[in-house]
Design a binder for this molecule. Structure first.
Ligand code: SAH
Ligand code: SF4
Length: 341
């Protein structure tokens, strides 16, 4: 008999299991807490359940079926895990600590590979392999919590994959992060290359999560060159969709903007970006390019990043520069490719 995997189950689903074992709903609540809040790796660690009940539970279930294939720790404290699922496919998940240890951000993957194929991103180079189920997404955060003994406080869907092309699973995972892990919706960010039907759907949900848009250029020709998705959903359509989203959801969005030397960091680029975001309620997050393969792109100088930031700040919007995390272990944005080395 294949065992039921407890990680990823809702309280109601766990109650069904305890019922078949003739135990009360209270046992289900205890198991639920052990899985999501105390992050145990096996049933023996659930010490407030009787030995007899634990052995019955072990006969029909296991806590998890994923393995940590590789764990790397960066000089800056970022940890990258390569997680292996039962079918042998692997995906990265990254834990970042910002400022103080109270803020622990998990960067999760939503797919294995990615079909969007942006020219600057290592994940895209692999092509699309498959979607992750909501349980597989949740297992990434549980793996971090089990391994570190720490509680993740923020989630960003910025690992491998395009979350809005796997939205059913992403939404279900978000719900579980919110309900079971008790992570506030505002601490959950979904980043997208601009999949308009997905943005429309996200605009209609109750959860107050944050939407981040990988814009990277507000000039059609350049965006098309670096992000093939621009051919399907162009800047004009994206702008309209974002305006509607902001109105409907009532929330500010984040515009992510990749700075590639002499391509997206020019004066013409800054002007186009100012125009694009003028009537959008948004913050801007500048991302200096992280080197991946031999695509010929270069990181801009610090001076050029600061100049771009200062020019944008004149619009009165909040502009931040994303800190490069874990580049020494290929854990930084765009460097994830599901490989061991
Ligand atoms: N597919 C989604 C989420 C994952 S990528 C998206 O594209 O938004 C997370 C962020 O890293 C995106 O903003 C992406 O454009 C950026 N990124 C990709 N490759 C990068 C690179 N080489 N250097 C810096 N950022 C990169
Ligand atoms: Fe996919 Fe995002 Fe990488 Fe583009 S940047 S290829 S959408 S993961």
């Amino acid at each position: 008999m294949t065992k039921t995997i407890l990680a990823g189950l809702s309280l109601e689903e766990i109650e069904k299991i305890t019922e078949t074992l003739g135990a009360s709903k209270f046992r289900a609540r205890q198991i639920h807490n052990w899985i999501y809040l105390k992050s145990v790796s096996n049933i023996d660690e659930m010490t407030d359940l009787s030995l007899d009940f634990r052995s019955k539970l072990k006969e029909i279930s296991d806590v998890t079926d994923v393995k940590i294939k590789v764990k790397q720790i960066s000089k800056d404290g970022t940890i990258k895990y390569l997680i292996e699922y039962p079918d042998g496919e692997c995906v990265e998940t990254v834990l970042m600590r910002f400022d103080n240890r109270a803020n622990l951000t998990a960067c999760v993957s939503s797919q294995i590979g990615c079909a969007v194929n942006c020219s600057f991103c290592a994940t895209g180079k692999r092509g699309f392999i498959r979607n992750l189920s909501y349980k597989e997404i949740i297992e990434q955060v549980l793996t971090i919590q089990r391994d570190t003994g720490l509680k993740v406080t923020n989630i960003v869907f910025m690992g491998q994959g395009e979350p809005l092309l796997n939205l059913d699973n992403v939404l279900k995972a978000m719900e579980i992060f919110n309900d079971n892990f008790q992570i506030g919706a505002r601490r959950i960010t979904v980043s997208t290359s601009g999949i308009i039907p997905g943005i429309e759907r996200l605009g209609g949900i109750e959860m107050q999560s944050t939407l981040a848009i990988s814009l990277h250029s507000a000039i059609h020709e350049i965006r098309q060159q670096i992000m093939p998705i621009e051919k399907k959903y162009n800047l004009d359509e994206l702008h309209t969709a974002l305006k509607k989203y902001i109105e409907k959801a009532g929330r500010r969005i984040t515009i992510e903007y990749l700075l590639i030397k002499d391509l997206t960091d020019t004066m013409e680029s800054v002007k186009a970006l100012e125009k694009f975001m003028r009537d959008l309620k948004c913050n801007i997050n500048l991302i200096p390019y992280n080197s991946t393969d031999e695509n010929g792109y270069q990181k801009p100088s610090n001076n050029s990043v600061m100049r771009f930031k200062a020019l944008l700040e004149q619009t009165g919007k909040k502009v931040t520069v994303r800190l490069e995390r874990g580049a020494d272990i290929d854990a930084a944005c765009g460097q994830l490719r599901g490989k061991v080395v």
